[in-house]
Design a protein around this ligand. Structure first.
Ligand SMILES: [Ca+2]
Ligand SMILES: [Ca+2]
Length: 213
């Protein structure tokens, strides 16, 4: 059973960071006072040990903050990139279930209207649902936030075939309603392009959420 973890709301994360910073200041202050006392007592060994511990803690703090996934920017199991957090599911669901599951995780099915699309596609090795569909109006593709697909994305990501119909092709061979939901790649191979598919198919999916700041 896939674990569900919510993305920490930015406000809550800010409060935690402030509490953490205050604690850190008090801790460092205490260590400094202790170090001064130790020095005052001419206990150089103990003083040096406290200095080493203090410096190490500070370095570890800096390393953690410089790590792109550090400082709780994204919840566990989410990947940080460009101010966004991305979650790649382990389970397969149909498109509607995928959309709803992303919401329960604190995000939404991924919206690709920027160069983030290359990052998203680079992290999948099999077909995944994305937050794009033409359920309401055939041929009018919209994201889960009701935005239209930008021209750049439309040209860049839909699969192109030579001498055949390119995607989206609204294939009706296995269902008369055609294909109204978009996924990365196809079940058999490459994943760095979009294809429309039957919304009832079960695929893994990519969720997106804003990174906490
Ligand atoms: Ca369609
Ligand atoms: Ca298709």
């Amino acid at each position: 059973q896939e674990s569900e973890r919510e993305v920490c709301p930015p406000k809550r994360t800010k409060v935690l960071l402030i509490v953490f910073a205050v604690c850190l200041v008090f801790a460092l202050g205490g260590l400094c006072i202790l170090g001064i006392l130790c020095e005052y007592n001419s206990n150089r060994l103990l003083y040096n040990i406290w200095c080493a511990i203090t410096a190490s803690a500070y370095v570890l703090f800096l390393i953690r903050c410089q790590n792109s996934t550090g400082c709780a920017l994204c919840a566990i199991h989410w990947i940080h990139s460009g101010g966004k957090c991305y979650y790649y599911s382990k389970v397969k669901m149909n498109w509607t279930q995928s959309r709803d599951h992303c919401v329960t995780l604190g995000g939404h099915l991924v919206i690709i209207n920027s160069r983030a699309g290359d990052f998203v596609t680079s992290n999948v090795e099999e077909t995944h649902w994305i937050g794009l569909n033409d359920v309401d109006t055939e041929g009018h593709w919209v994201w889960v936030n009701n935005q239209s697909v930008l021209f750049f994305s439309f040209c860049r990501f839909w699969m192109k075939r030579e001498n055949e119909t390119s995607e989206p092709d609204n294939w009706t061979k296995f269902h008369p309603d055609g294909e109204d939901c978009a996924g990365l790649g196809h079940p058999g191979g490459e994943t760095d392009f979009w294809m429309d598919a039957y919304c009832f198919e079960e695929k893994r999916f990519v969720c997106e959420a804003a990174a906490a700041v």
